[in-house]
Design a protein around this ligand. Structure first.
Ligand code: SAH
Length: 391
């Protein structure tokens, strides 16, 4: 499948992180490039003393190689089949997949040993998203591997990388199921439109936190901000919330949120959805809600944006803390990779001080088992959340 004859030689001592199975090689670690390397090709990595360290995808840029194998054995044509099978085994072993949950992440980049690749499964459709040129070039082999492992269970494979890579077109690589499709998550129904929706269509990473909202929502007046297609709202309603308000800046998202609330048998007249900016919406809303969900998009995608992002998180959380009724609960999240758990926690503490409320941390939240983190690649942990009790 792959030409594995091209090589990159590392500087002396730079093999250490690869021997510890960290999957990224930065440009500064490289001693010598083979001149025939092209963006996205497979490359063999050798140490300064000629030891083969593994194989990966080459890409011009700061992260120059994303490792796909470690050690000296040459990856063969079954490489992607083995990876997809291992990823499926992990999800089955972790009890992610069930009759009530037919949609889950199959491949989570480095967490599944495939840096640069995301695959989400929505019932019988698989959506492939490449974040590297290597994965873009290998998209057909990946689609073939998915079909090889799943057989007829997968009817559709959609490749969606226009938003993540330059020069990549969105296209069906297999089948063509019409969108939107109805999926099941913990028995709740959601419409997913992988063509027009954000990311691959649905935020599967909030599955377990949404379930927890459902468990705590009974009798509460709920505000779901950054609601996208209404995930948390539907769980809150199934959990017998008194009332749910849903807010998102995107009118397309709000159209879908309304459809999803109705699809689950609830009224959008009684539980209205608003196209609005959350920061604006929260103004003058003191004393109305006793459960607020804050699930904003990544405020910082790069380290340079981190300081500004922290200010955003601080303001958002302080506004919600001021607004919430006594004995209320706030679910607050950050999906910014460059903001770690401790930094997020500290920011929420400073929001609490600013709001002047007495607050207790009930639970720490993170990403579910179908978004695994390689222990050698802590950067893979991106989603963190807190459940707060505001006295
Ligand atoms: N909680 C959702 C996922 C949220 S994704 C779920 O469970 O599916 C983040 C959402 O924030 C996106 O839908 C985006 O349209 C919305 N958004 C971004 N900036 C916003 C703002 N300032 N106010 C309200 N919504 C915003």
């Amino acid at each position: 499948m792959n030409d594995t004859s091209l090589t990159i030689e590392l500087k002396k001592g730079k093999e250490q992180s690869i021997l510890r199975k960290h999957p990224w090689i930065f440009s500064g670690a490289i001693q010598q490039y083979n001149p025939d390397l092209t963006n996205g090709c497979w490359v063999k990595i050798v140490s300064a003393d000629s030891q083969t360290l593994g194989f990966g995808h080459y890409q011009k840029g700061s992260i120059t190689v994303r490792m796909l194998t470690f050690g000296d054995s040459i990856p063969d044509k079954n490489f992607y089949i083995q990876k997809v099978q291992a990823a499926l085994d992990l999800r089955q072993g972790a009890s992610i997949i069930s009759l009530k949950t037919n949609s889950w992440r199959l491949i989570h980049g480095e967490g599944d040993g495939l840096p640069g690749l995301i695959v989400d499964v929505y019932n019988d459709a698989a959506i492939i998203q490449a974040h590297s040129h290597g994965m873009h070039q290998d998209r057909h082999a990946i689609a073939k591997a998915i079909l090889g492992v799943f057989g007829k269970k997968i009817h559709t494979i959609y490749y969606k990388s226009q938003g993540t890579l330059d020069h990549a077109d969105n296209e069906y690589l297999h089948g063509n199921t019409a969108v939107p499709q109805t999926i099941l998550e913990h028995g709740h129904k959601f419409l997913v439109d992988w063509e027009a929706g954000q990311k691959t269509g649905f935020f599967l990473d909030q599955r377990e936190s949404r379930k927890l909202v459902g468990e705590l929502a009974k009798g509460r007046t709920v505000l779901n901000t950054f609601c996208y297609t209404g995930g948390f709202s539907v769980y809150a309603l199934h959990g017998k919330a008194k009332l749910v308000h849903s807010v998102d800046a995107s009118d397309k998202a709000i159209v879908m949120a309304k459809l999803n609330i109705e699809l689950n048998g609830f009224s959008t007249e009684e539980n209205p959805c608003f196209v609005a900016d959350t920061f604006e919406f929260l103004k003058n809303k003191a004393g109305i809600y006793d459960l607020i969900i804050l699930d904003p998009p990544a405020f910082a995608k790069h380290k340079d944006a981190r300081h500004q992002a922290m200010k955003g998180y601080q303001r958002l959380n302080a506004e919600a803390m001021r607004a919430i009724k006594p004995s209320g609960i706030i679910f607050t999240f950050s999906c910014s990779q460059v903001v770690d758990k401790q930094l997020f926690y500290d920011t929420v503490v400073s929001s609490a001080i600013q709001a002047g409320r007495n607050i207790k941390v009930l639970q720490l939240l993170g990403q579910p088992a179908d978004h695994p983190v390689s222990i050698y690649h802590p950067e893979g942990e991106y989603l963190k959340g807190l459940v707060l009790y505001v006295e």
